[in-house]
Design a protein around this ligand. Sequence first.
Ligand code: HEM
Length: 417
Amino acid sequence: MTETRGTASPSRRALIGWGSAGLALGAAAAGGAVAMTRTGNDVDPAGSATGVAVDFHGAHQAGIATPVQDRLHFAAFDVKTDDRAEFVQMLKDWTAAARRMTAGRTVGDGAFGGLAEAPPDDTGEAVGLKPSRLTLTIGFGPSFFEKFGLAGRRPEALVDLPRFPGENMDTSRTGGDLCIQACSDDPQVAVHAIRNLARIGFGKVAVRWSQLGFGKTSSTTPDAQTPRNLMGFKDGTRNIAGTETDRLKKFVWVGEGDGTDWMTGGSYLVARRIRMNIETWDRTSLQEQEDVFGRDKGEGAPVGKAKEHDEPFLKAMKPDAHVRLAHPDSNGGITILRRGYSFTDGTDGLGRLDAGLFFLAYQRDVRKGFIPLQRKLSASDALNEYIQHVGSAVFAIPPGVRDKDDWWGRTLLTEEA
Ligand code: HEM
């Protein structure tokens, strides 16, 4: 792999010069971020966090406990090859590319530096852009285990999601053998990453569906201001923070003895495309809107309380309030890590916005996380009048890539089934 490209912009050139050793310094295992020090005219005058790279290596994949970035490009892929060796090589190539892109570098020989007779290794649109806290997180869907003789290695916890009342699934936005979640503070950096992985995978995998997201709807940083969803409410007030090591261990990371050794340090992801009936919502009174959630719209405080982070008194809320139903105290302690994004994908041809929440939830076991929670919500939640689940997928998220010799999926694919 060539390290430098004469045509790279100053900012990317500065990053290339760092090398992987420098990038790894001091980064916390759970998606620690490394600040980029720049030289000459490449100093970031605002000192913004955009120039920061999140370490790709660690016990857990970055992009789960990592403080939530502003933008998302999520893609589900189907596997097209029957050749296990070819597929493993693709995973190795993906890992190498992901390692470089998350560090703010171009793929392979770059966008302009390779052979004139061949297509460039990198598509080029991220040249000049900062690492932008890009994280790339891979997952394996239930259908993946029907391939390459892997049926015996499918985790028991990776169940197919049941059908829930009220959902209206669009099969073209459902399922997938693999997923890549790309999160970044710059949408072009996230899109570039997915595009280049799809390009590397050409002939071996094909994009099944994808989703762009903006305006994170959850925070995993306790001191950050809670973002608002498209219904105008603060979303992510009560979530697991990336710094809560004990709760992450209890509710998010697969532990030793959970039944599937290759998943130790991994997690399970449920993705749901939830359409909001924005127009109906916008004609609903403020009182009804606040009753639906059980929180006030301005401060985000639970009913009867003054401050957003005051402990909710659930009995003060309407019996069908979203927060009352979803709260751990109403569900035997069930707790998930939410990491969703808003989306607006144009209009639906009927004069309505195709908008909503792309819900992403990480948990140690979907049978003890999303499934029982969604069973309850789909049956009784007042919010159901204003939303509909239209896309769905579930993935086993393997543990992190340990070092520069490791690769995505190694723990699953190196031992025989
Ligand atoms: C479009 C759909 C949804 C919207 C707009 C929405 C919005 C919200 C809002 C505004 C809150 C209160 C603030 C907070 O603590 O984050 C909340 C809390 C919560 N939601 Fe949702 N939500 C949606 C779907 C879901 C789904 C599908 C689940 C799980 C199956 C879920 C699980 C939770 C949980 C666990 C809480 C925290 C409850 C607590 O501990 O107080 N939400 N949601």
